[in-house]
Design a protein around this ligand. Structure first.
Ligand SMILES: [Fe+2]
Length: 247
């Protein structure tokens, strides 16, 4: 499986604090059936002041650590960008760590706040589209306004946003309202990827295999494969024809 949203890099956000913890999470990813993980530290001005160059450097260093430890896990990077007016300036300054490119559009993980959909969110998405960027909205099912009315996501889908649901939401870790919202989006066929959003081994481990089994049981093997492998690969900018069929 390809995991496009994981806080696996050490000491950069609310993921692992130390290299040892980060290695433990990387091993847990492998054990969970993940072959390629995209390290996506928070990019949240004023809270986690991360940007492309710093994340790239840490990713390179951690990749060497994985090799030294014989951990067979492909590692790339992007960032979980918090929705704010600062995003536009960051794009212009080249500070956004993009996920990849799809059909000429750059893709970027975009996170809403927990409680509401801020006024102007759709305008920001439109502005991004105007400069060739398509957001991947991360875990919309965990946003309270969307939990109240999951159809609120449609406005983002209509503007070309991709959607990423979190594995633990399908498993039920965040409660029934989150699962119901995730289910609504799956049934509408709005979802492009399921990702771990793992932060650690205790409260936020990967859980991709469990989520994949649930998808298989409810929607069939093909759909489960699409959301855990081909869809994520596409959002990273990989062509389907060049991908191996997952085991
Ligand atoms: Fe995250």
């Amino acid at each position: 499986m390809i995991d496009i949203h994981c806080h696996v890099l050490p000491g950069i956000d609310d993921g692992p604090t130390t290299k040892v913890e980060a290695l433990a999470l990387a091993r847990a990813c492998v054990a969970d059936g993940i072959t390629h993980v995209v390290a996506t530290p928070h990019v949240f001005p004023g809270r986690f002041d991360n940007h492309r160059a710093g994340i790239a450097q840490l990713c390179m260093k951690f990749r060497q650590v994985l090799v030294a430890e014989n951990i067979d896990l492909e590692l790339s990077f992007a960032g979980e960008v918090r929705l704010s007016h600062e995003v536009i300036d960051m794009v212009q300054r080249g500070e956004i760590p993009f996920l990849g490119e799809v059909d000429g559009w750059r893709t970027m993980l975009l996170e809403l706040p927990d409680a509401q959909i801020p006024l102007g969110s759709i305008n920001l998405v439109r502005h991004l589209a105007g400069i060739g960027i398509r957001p991947v909205l991360v875990h919309p099912e965990r946003n309270k306004a969307i939990m109240d009315k999951p159809e609120r996501v449609e406005a983002f889908v209509d503007e070309g946003c991709y959607l990423q649901i979190t594995a633990a939401s399908l498993v039920g870790q965040f409660g029934p309202r989150v699962s119901v919202a995730a289910d609504f989006m799956l049934k509408k066929d709005w979802v492009n990827a399921v990702a771990s959003d793992a932060h650690n081994l205790v409260g936020r481990p990967p859980r991709m295999t469990e989520a994949r089994h649930i998808l298989e049981q409810r929607f069939g093997k093909g759909y489960a494969e699409e959301l855990t492998y081909f869809g994520p690969a596409r959002l990273c900018g990989r062509e389907r024809e060049k991908l191996a069929v997952p085991s």
